[in-house]
Every structure is written in structure tokens, then in C-alpha cells.
Design a protein around this ligand. Structure first.
Ligand SMILES: Cc1cc2nc3c(=O)[nH]c(=O)nc-3n(C[C@H](O)[C@H](O)[C@H](O)COP(=O)(O)OP(=O)(O)OC[C@H]3O[C@@H](n4cnc5c(N)ncnc54)[C@H](O)[C@@H]3O)c2cc1C
Length: 455
């Protein structure tokens, strides 16, 4: 599938439906849930009613060969409200781990339990981060120890979206501490499993409609079949890791796949703030005219507009690469998340600035967007970690040249031989220039026209 900026009919319709939902259903209650700091159950139920909250919907978006459907959807929903948006998509993040690490039977069993149905909404969580460190995933401490047919989990997880209220929690735990990320595995812990408790709900700067908690696992016993992928696969993976072979961590694989999704979320918030600030600046008058007539107001907004579009292109490129199986040579997924998250922070800060005092109070939504945006430079890998990941690829990737040098061409022999910039066209040009000295102008013009289309 080639990279295309032109949306399909289905994608246009998806954007329209998601935007209408964000504008009519999410935005009117966004400030309310931000203040209440409560899970927006009714909005999630409404999302389910509209088909935006079930495992097959996400499977369908992920299966889109262009890769664009999922970021398109996310940008619109997060344009509505980041906190409510996160509540709606958190099960999809957990589902992504389930899909990567689980067997077909496990996926069939647990995926429906992560979303429920309209009128019977369920939630899911992905629990990786721990109090002693979220970035350094090689040193996680939550242990999973085999006991007969069961596994027993002990440890603490923190900043877990839907933690403690999720029907299904996917927990990353260490099975062999000597192997770093290769010694980790994912486990399904259903709600109300004895030994899993919510220590506390966390009070946050932004994304306040999304429930975030600290979880404790104390002798938390789960059946053997809740190990994602099964014990044979785990033992094979551990044996390979002990021999020094290449293996994948389920949770880390998920991070790589989900980073462009986080970029799309950040873009939704950035765009909301940018649009609001531009409208405000066009209407607000000072010194006898709209404030946008001042370069001091218009230029930073122009920069933000360009940066949002650049970040969206990075996000779409990474999503297209993931869908097309193009290898991430320079961590293009991390690049998209890095750029989109940082532009979201700048866009929302600029929006507060453009609104002046009105930007600082909650009469307008920009102060909320400012608080919401900051999360994107922190979760799913901080900006520093994105730079670290990109930085590691630099010597190899830059030696090999940019990505487009490595993408396959369209194998169209005619285009290669006679398309724009081909040697044949260069030679033809030389001939025409020689003819120009002898032939009449009209004949030359006709020749030039005949030569020009060549697509
Ligand atoms: C609202 C919210 C929701 C979240 N949701 C989830 C969730 O659902 N599930 C989940 O598992 N986790 C979740 N997280 C956790 C999140 O992914 C972590 O907070 C994040 O990975 C950073 O980890 P940390 O907070 O421990 O920071 P640390 O790892 O302690 O880092 C602290 C600072 O040091 C910097 N740093 C660390 N190492 C390096 C280095 N080598 N070079 C340069 N700088 C470095 C970091 O960039 C950061 O600025 C959530 C976090 C928040 C705030």
C-alpha cells in the first residue's frame, strides 16, 4: 500500500462521525468530568452505542492497510476531551498487548471482557509502570512466581489508567530477574482477584476524567492459563534469552506500536487549542483592531499551525509504516510521538497566552487543554526516552540514508524510463533545445506539450 494523503470514503465518514461525537457528546461534559475527576461511564456507554467502543472496532481500524483510520479517529475524539478520550481508548491499549502476546483462544476469551457492551460497559488496564521507575522497564520489580499450575504475583504498579476499576488488567511481571525485559511476561488479572488491590486513586494535573491508580499485588494468585502466550512459549523465550538470542517483550512491542497512537491523541489536543486561539485572536480587539493583526500574535500561531501539520505527517507516516510492515529504521514511531507531544504542549501554552487573563481561568477550555497536554511528553515513554530511542538508531540509520531511499518503487517500467526526471526526458530536452535553433516556435511548443504529461 502506497502512502496516500487522500482519505477513502470510509475514512471521511469515520472522521465525520467521530468529530460529531466529540463535538456533541464529549465537549459539553468535558469541564464537568474534569472537575469531578470521575470516570465518564455514561459517555463511554454512548461511545459503545455508536460503535466506538468494542474490540472489533479497533481490530478493524488497525487492519486498515493505509494505517490512517486509527490516528484519524483518535485525533477527533481527543479534540473533544483528552481525559474522556483516554477513558474510551484505554482498553484498546490493553487490547494491543493482548493481541501481541496472547494465543487466539486467550484473545477470544478476554477481548470482549475488556469492553463489554452498551448497557454493560467494562474497562481494561495495562499495568507496566512501577513506583521506582517507569522509564527503566528492564528493572521492573513486580514478580510472577510459578506455584503448581498457578502463578503468584507480588509487587506494586503505579499510574495505571483504569487501575483498580478495570474488569481486565494486563500485568507485566518479572519471571526471570536476570534477563531484563526478556525475563518479563504478561498476565491477565480479572477484577476482584484476591491479592490485587487499589492502593489509591491519584489526583492529576490533567486528564482528570480518566481514572489513574496505584495497584498492589500481594500473593495474587491467578491460574496458569492467564499467562499470555502460554507456558511453553514463555519457556522457549526464556531459554532463547539465556542463550543470548533475540526475543521480544510483549509490553515493549506494544509501546512501539502504540506511540503513533499517542501522537494522534496529542494532535487532537493541540488542534483544539490552536483552533480556539486562532478564532479568539480574530475576534478579540486591542488597540483598535483584532489582536491577530499583530505579528506578535500571528507569528507564533503560524509556527504552531506548521508544527501541527508536520507532526501529523510524522504520525500518519509511522502509522502507515506499521500497517505496511515497513521497518522503523530511525524509530519513526517514537519520532511522531516526540514531535506531536511537544507541539501539544507549545500549542496549548500559546493558546493560554493568546487569551491572556481569560486563558488562565476556566471560563475558557484552554487552561484545561494546557494541563492535559503535558501528559503526552511523559507517558508511553517520556520525551527524553523517545530521544534516547531515536538516538540509538542514528549511526546506522544516517549511514544508510533517509527512509525513502529504502522504500520499494512502484516497479512501473514506463515511469522509470520515461517519467519526470528520467534520462530519456533529459535527452529529449536536449534534442528540443537543439531544434529550437532551427524549427519554428509553434512546432516546438507542440513537441514540448507532447513530452510534458509523463506520469
Ligand atoms: C496520567 C498517567 C497515566 C499513565 N498511564 C499508565 C498506564 O496506564 N500504564 C502504565 O504502565 N504506565 C502508565 N503511566 C506511566 C508512565 O508511562 C511513566 O510515568 C513514564 O514512563 C515515566 O516513568 P516515571 O514516571 O517513573 O519517570 P522516570 O523513569 O523516573 O523518569 C524521571 C525523569 O528522568 C528522565 N530520564 C529517565 N531515564 C533517563 C535517561 N536514560 N536519559 C534521560 N532522561 C532520563 C525521564 O525522561 C523523566 O524526565 C502513566 C503516567 C501518567 C502520569
Amino acid at each position: 500500500m502506497t502512502f496516500e494523503l487522500t482519505l477513502t470514503g470510509a475514512q471521511h465518514e469515520l472522521v465525520r462521525r467521530a468529530h460529531t461525537f466529540a463535538e456533541d457528546v464529549i465537549r459539553p461534559v468535558s469541564a464537568k468530568y474534569d472537575k469531578l475527576e470521575e470516570c465518564p461511564w455514561d459517555i463511554v456507554d454512548e461511545a459503545a452505542g455508536q460503535g466506538f467502543y468494542n474490540a472489533l472496532f479497533y481490530a478493524d481500524l488497525i487492519a486498515d492497510p493505509t494505517g490512517l483510520s486509527l490516528p484519524l479517529f483518535l485525533e477527533e475524539i481527543f479534540w473533544g476531551c483528552a481525559g474522556i478520550g483516554l477513558t474510551i481508548v484505554l482498553p484498546a491499549l490493553a487490547l494491543s498487548s493482548l493481541n501481541q502476546a496472547g494465543t487466539p483462544d486467550q484473545i477470544a476469551q478476554w477481548a470482549p471482557e475488556m469492553f463489554g457492551t452498551p448497557g454493560d460497559i467494562k474497562l481494561a488496564a495495562l499495568a507496566v509502570s512501577e513506583p521506582q521507575g517507569g522509564s527503566d522497564v528492564a528493572h521492573l520489580q513486580t514478580r510472577a512466581v510459578r506455584d503448581g499450575d498457578d502463578w503468584v504475583l507480588d509487587g506494586t504498579k503505579i499510574w495505571i489508567g483504569n487501575g483498580g476499576i478495570a474488569d481486565v488488567t494486563i500485568v507485566n511481571a518479572v519471571v526471570d530477574p536476570d534477563l531484563g525485559t526478556k525475563g518479563q511476561a504478561l498476565f491477565v488479572v480479572p477484577k476482584n482477584t484476591p491479592g490485587m488491590t487499589q492502593v489509591r486513586k491519584l489526583t492529576k494535573l490533567g486528564h482528570r476524567a480518566s481514572h489513574t491508580a496505584e495497584l498492589a499485588f500481594e500473593g495474587c494468585r491467578i491460574p496458569g492459563e492467564n499467562l499470555l502466550g502460554g507456558v511453553d512459549k514463555l519457556e522457549h523465550k526464556l531459554a532463547k534469552a539465556r542463550e543470548g538470542g533475540e526475543t521480544r517483550s510483549g509490553a515493549l512491542g506494544t509501546f512501539e506500536q502504540t506511540r503513533p497512537m499517542v501522537a494522534a491523541m496529542a494532535l487532537g489536543v493541540a488542534r483544539a487549542a490552536f483552533e480556539y486561539a486562532c478564532q479568539y485572536a480574530a475576534e478579540r480587539e486591542a488597540f483598535g483592531g483584532p489582536i491577530i493583526d499583530n505579528q506578535g500574535v500571528a507569528f507564533p500561531l503560524a509556527d504552531i499551525g506548521a508544527d501541527i501539520d508536520a507532526a501529523r505527517l510524522l504520525c500518519w507516516r509511522a502509522s502507515w509504516m506499521a500497517a505496511s510492515g515497513v521497518p522503523f529504521r530511525m524509530s519513526e514511531g517514537s519520532m511522531s510521538k516526540l514531535k506531536a507531544s511537544e507541539v501539544a504542549v507549545r500549542a496549548t501554552e500559546q493558546a493560554v497566552q493568546v487569551l491572556g487573563g481569560w486563558g488562565y481561568v476556566d471560563d475558557h477550555p484552554v487552561e484545561k487543554w494546557y494541563r492535559d497536554a503535558k501528559l503526552y511528553t511523559i507517558f508511553e515513554g517520556t520525551s527524553e526516552i523517545q530521544r534516547m530511542v531515536i538516538g540509538r538508531t542514528l549511526p546506522g540509520a544516517t549511514a544508510e540514508g533517509p527512509l525513502h531511499h529504502h522504500l520499494p518503487g512502484d516497479h512501473d517500467g514506463l515511469s522509470r524510463r520515461f517519467g519526470h526526471g528520467s534520462l530519456a526526458r533529459a535527452r529529449a530536452g536536449e534534442v528540443f533545445l537543439k531544434m529550437a535553433e532551427k524549427a519554428p516556435g509553434a512546432l516546438l511548443e507542440l513537441g514540448g506539450r507532447l513530452a510534458s504529461p509523463g506520469r
